[in-house]
Design a protein around this ligand. Structure first.
Ligand code: FAD
Ligand code: SF4
Length: 468
């Protein structure tokens, strides 16, 4: 417990030495005493800037006040009314750039730990019986493509509005990145399963192993299957590569493949699960976003003795959440800042033996607004490694747009959709989340799904018969 009210109540954590070798959740959660203490730090400001900082405008002082008053049912109700995935967002949202960055306490002290309190309330809610039940009052059926946060939230909101909703998911289990990308030690699957259980209790049907565009064509959803509207939440799951020599060697993987094998296919429990994870003694992960941090920390847990982050810019420009970065340092990740990969080195038998790199310095900001990395001549060196994992970004998979006429995309392959409704260039087809924005965050995807559900409801009230 903190001694001063100026400090944020620290999140209790699983020991760093132990956790670097297991998959137990790192953050263990506030106790009721921690939560009560932290909730009392909130000033309950009239002009609660934290609310503006939250992409879905959770009434933050209200739910925190309910925690302080010990009224957990009220806190949970306020929270869930604004954010349909509180137990997930309480764990993975980058609060330091959102609500907590705006908190008035920051003027003199640490901000209120809004994210930790959100998680505390949502975890309490998960100990209560699920009371949700189906409420189908409307005749129109809606199809949702993709069971990531945008699709799941859209489906939940539509079910709440009385629609019959079916979610089609390409993989064998729902959750999107929450299932195949974010590891167990950050987001236990039991938490995701509970949230999905609530949706199912509301009557949302989830059909897995269906690739829309292949198994079923998008237009068939309207013409042959009787859906009145469609929401596309297919994410941005196509990994990018560097195009450097040696990228095809054995031992090089995209972070998507690495994390999918481990999380979705349960490779972290090999041989109990039969997906092998071939991780050598030294692993280099290229990139410094959340995906890179998940991959590098997973490498240690899978047995690597040295796990490196190789990033051509500096710590200041990294995209990862600050908490994950600190946890990675505590677990022993070796950060190689200002280091640009030039080539993956062959051991002579088609396997990786090293990563040839060049040191960089930072120049003026480039088109992305971040300092431009400039190579330092003569600074090349080889980092001896057995695996290279690429975590340099993803784009939307073009499968659906290529097999569907009339869906406009931009230069980056993202669907073109109205910002406030998600309406695409095709009538009664809406879209949101990473498929529209490119790789972003869970809360932005969830917010988009929620807005589109409302827009679908309004569109169907205006034109109850599908005009497709
Ligand atoms: P996704 O979560 O990608 O879900 C899309 C779903 O659609 C997938 O299940 C996919 O299989 C399915 N699909 C695709 N095409 C089809 C098709 N044709 N037919 C049927 N189904 C289809 N954000 C944070 O806020 N905090 C974090 O800490 C964080 N960590 C991350 C860590 C990793 C490793 C990654 C990869 C991302 C992370 N993000 C994080 C980003 C966040 O997870 C995404 O922004 C978010 O999941 C996007 O949600 P979505 O619903 O748009 O898409
Ligand atoms: Fe509480 Fe900070 Fe929001 Fe003010 S800005 S209401 S102190 S969380």
């Amino acid at each position: 417990m903190p001694v001063k009210r100026s400090d944020k109540t620290p999140m209790p954590v699983h020991d760093a030495q132990l956790r670097a070798h297991d998959f137990v959740e790192v953050n263990t959660g506030y106790t009721p005493a921690h939560a009560a203490f932290e909730a009392e730090r909130c000033l309950r400001c009239q002009d609660a800037a934290c609310v503006d900082g939250c992409p879905v405008n959770i009434p933050i002082p209200d739910f925190i006040h309910a925690v302080a008053a010990g009224d957990m049912p009220k806190a949970a109700q306020i929270l869930r009314g604004a954010n349909p995935l509180p137990s997930i967002c309480g764990r993975v949202c980058p609060q330091e750039n959102q609500c907590e960055a705006q908190c008035h306490m920051l003027k003199r002290f640490n901000p209120v730990a809004i994210g930790h309190l959100e998680r505390f309330v949502a975890d309490w809610e998960r100990t209560q019986p699920v009371t949700a039940k189906p409420n189908i009052t409307r005749k129109e059926k809606i199809a949702v493509i993709g069971a990531g946060p945008s699709g799941l939230v859209c489906a939940g909101e539509l079910a709440r509005l009385g629609y019959s909703v079916t979610v089609y998911e390409a993989l064998h289990a729902p959750g999107g990145v929450l299932r195949y990308g974010i590891p167990e030690f950050r987001l236990p699957k039991s938490v995701l399963d509970w949230e999905i259980g609530v949706l199912k209790a509301m009557g949302v049907e989830i059909v897995c192993n269906v690739v829309i565009g292949r198994t079923i064509k998008m237009d068939d959803l309207f013409e042959n299957m009787g859906y009145a509207a469609v929401f596309i939440g297919t994410g941005a799951g196509l990994p990018q590569f560097l195009g450097i020599p040696g990228e095809n060697l054995n031992g090089v993987m995209s972070a998507n493949e690495f994390l999918t094998r481990m999380n979705l296919m349960g490779g972290y429990k090999f041989p109990e699960n039969d997906t092998p994870m071939k991780v050598g003694k030294r692993v280099a992960v290229i990139g410094a976003g959340n995906t890179a941090m998940d991959a590098v920390r997973s490498s240690l847990r899978l047995g690597a003795e040295a796990a490196y982050i190789v990033y051509r810019r500096s710590e200041k420009e990294m995209g990862a959440r600050v908490e994950e970065y600190h946890h990675a340092i505590e677990e022993g990740v070796d950060f190689r800042w200002l280091t640009n990969p030039l080539e993956v080195v062959d051991d002579g038998n088609g396997w990786v033996s090293g990563l040839k790199c060049q040191k960089m310095k930072l120049g003026e900001p480039d088109a992305s607004g971040r300092a431009r990395p400039i190579p330092i001549e003569g600074s090349e060196f080889v980092l001896p490694v057995d695996n290279v994992v690429l975590a340099i970004g993803t784009t939307p998979n073009p499968l659906l747009t290529r097999t569907t006429s009339g869906l406009m995309t931009n230069k980056k392959g993202c669907l073109v959709a109205d910002e406030s409704t998600g309406l695409t260039s095709k009538a009664l087809v809406f879209a949101g989340g990473d498929a529209v924005t490119g790789a972003a965050t869970v809360i932005l995807a969830a917010g988009a799904g929620k807005r589109s559900a409302q827009a679908i409801h309004e569109a169907l009230q205006q034109a109850p018969v599908a005009a497709h």
